[in-house]
Design a protein around this ligand. Structure first.
Ligand code: NAG
Ligand code: NAG
Ligand code: NAG
Ligand code: NAG
Ligand code: FE2
Length: 444
């Protein structure tokens, strides 16, 4: 990590604690005591890659992102199908950013490919050791997604990640709140190093949470400086103009990453982009649509009540008319699974809603659920853990939630989902996905 003079460190710490007090003052619900924050040190040379992570770019490409302290390291990735035999090489871009008194290292983003599906590739960044490897997703079903929100970098995070890594999967999905750096930028570097063993091996597809905003008066008024520089996602490739919302397609599944902290009203760029994006999905080839966002639209925890409500009012209709299968959210530090819902009522043609904000951050758990339980909420529990969505085929997917304190084989909650394209009541072959049509439901 970068070296700081004692004075700089002092100013950073004061800023940090000041922000902590501000953030804590907004919390008025109970939490289980969090576990300790882990700072992951930098133990490679200045020119060696650190914080390596990969993300999907289109059908056949992967973006490799990493950071070097040495600004002269080239943005190149060498790769191949055998260890230490690199018969392909790609060059990409570099960026960096300043935040208050902090300057980031050189951030490299290199897109490699075309790559074959279900194949292990070995790669090296910037011509420097060590070697990493990843496996590309399968060309078709089955495919398994791991879903974890509000990850942070604590002892709990470590336990969640160990749990995730103990069983194979294809793609990691994170519905917001990554590092909990909360303006203290070296914690972004620490987070990058902590997740590297996982994020360098499987694509990590993320969207932003409130902890990514990090606005500062005058210095970073638009926010997302660290997040957008470090966690570049394939937004341009999906026709979006912002790294805060995008979509991608993998093995018969269309995944939409929405931005809870970008504009979402009907006249906004995000809304217009979403209308177009949904209209482009060919459900014969891509039967599943999965949406991720940070602040849940449905939530019976006492924490963060109503925070997703204006977004729900703006966009729920679009998701419903397109027969989105499932919506994952984070933000609330607990697990909760709902039935299929539209407009606050059980509806067989609405998405299943799941809150999975229990990755392991330093704020601890949101322990209190509202009583009595809503009939829409089928399972709720404040325990750290992760979820797995195994899309078995065109019609069936298996969702499971795994607590950190159980073995991975023990499933605390599980359910089989059927794609809405198989539903006779919700779907017809000549289904008109006209999103401007106001009374689609009545026509069916
Ligand atoms: C880094 O990016 C700048 C432009 O943003 C470019 O001029 C420069 O050549 C890049 N350096 C390397 C080593 O790729
Ligand atoms: C899809 O998977 C489900 C669950 O395993 C199975 O019951 C069903 O027969 C499969 N459908 C097809 C078309 O293979
Ligand atoms: C896991 O932890 C939760 C909450 O701390 C507790 O309620 C549950 O009983 C634990 N389960 C096991 C198997 O230890
Ligand atoms: C969609 O529905 C709206 C309102 O019913 C209608 O004006 C428009 O022409 C329709 N668009 C298409 C492409 O069918
Ligand atoms: Fe959050």
């Amino acid at each position: 990590m970068k070296k700081f003079s004692p004075r700089v460190l002092f100013v950073l710490l004061i800023t940090f604690f000041f922000l902590q007090v501000l953030l804590q003052a907004q919390d008025d619900f109970d939490r289980q005591p969090p576990r300790q924050v882990i700072f992951t040190p930098h133990d490679r040379s200045d020119s060696d890659p650190q914080q390596v992570h990969i993300s999907l770019v289109g059908k056949e490409h992967m973006r490799v992102s990493w950071i070097t302290d040495d600004k002269h390291v080239p943005s190149t990735v060498e790769y191949g199908k055998e260890p230490e035999v690199y018969n392909a090489k790609a060059t990409g871009q570099n960026t960096s950013y300043h935040y208050f008194l902090y300057s980031s290292g050189k951030i490299h983003h290199v897109t490699i490919g075309p790559l074959e599906p279900s194949t292990t590739y070995f790669y090296r960044c910037g011509g420097s050791s060590p070697e990493f490897s990843f496996k590309t997703p399968p060309p078709s079903f089955p495919i398994e997604f791991v879903v974890v929100g509000d990850l942070g970098q604590t002892e709990w995070t470590r336990s969640t990640l160990a749990h995730v890594g103990s069983k194979d999967y294809d793609v990691f999905l994170l519905p917001g709140d990554l590092s909990y750096a909360d303006t203290l930028q070296p914690l972004w570097d620490s987070f990058g190093r902590m997740v590297e063993p996982y994020a360098s091996q499987r694509p990590w597809m993320v969207t932003e949470g409130n902890h990514e905003i990090e606005t500062l008066p005058f210095l970073s008024r638009h926010g997302f400086k660290a997040y957008n520089s470090r966690w570049l996602m394939p937004y341009a490739e999906s026709g979006s103009t912002s790294n805060l919302y995008y979509s991608f397609q993998v093995s018969g599944t269309h995944i939409i990453m929405l931005g809870s902290y970008a504009e979402f009203e009907a006249e906004s760029d995000q809304y217009k982009w979403l209308v177009n994006d949904l209209a482009k999905v060919d459900r014969k080839k891509t039967p599943w649509i999965v949406v991720l966002l940070h602040a849940p639209w449905y939530n019976t925890n006492t924490a963060h009540q109503g925070e997703g409500e204006s977004m729900r009012k703006a966009m729920e209709d679009l998701l419903y008319k397109s027969r989105v299968d499932v919506v994952f959210a984070g933000h609330v530090h607990a697990y909760e699974r709902f039935t299929r819902i539209f407009n606050n009522e059980a509806d067989p043609c609405g998405p299943v809603y799941v809150t999975i904000g229990d990755g392991g951050n330093r704020e601890g758990l949101a322990l209190t659920f509202k009583k009595p339980a809503s009939p829409l909420s089928l399972y709720r529990e404040p325990t750290f853990g992760h979820g797995r969505l195994r899309v078995v085929n065109e019609t069936h997917a298996h969702w499971s939630w795994h607590r950190n304190n159980d073995s991975n084989a023990v499933v605390a909650d599980e359910v089989w989902l059927q794609s809405l394209t198989t539903s006779k009541t919700c779907w017809r072959d000549d289904f008109d996905q006209n999103l401007s049509s106001p009374h689609l439901k009545d026509e069916l």
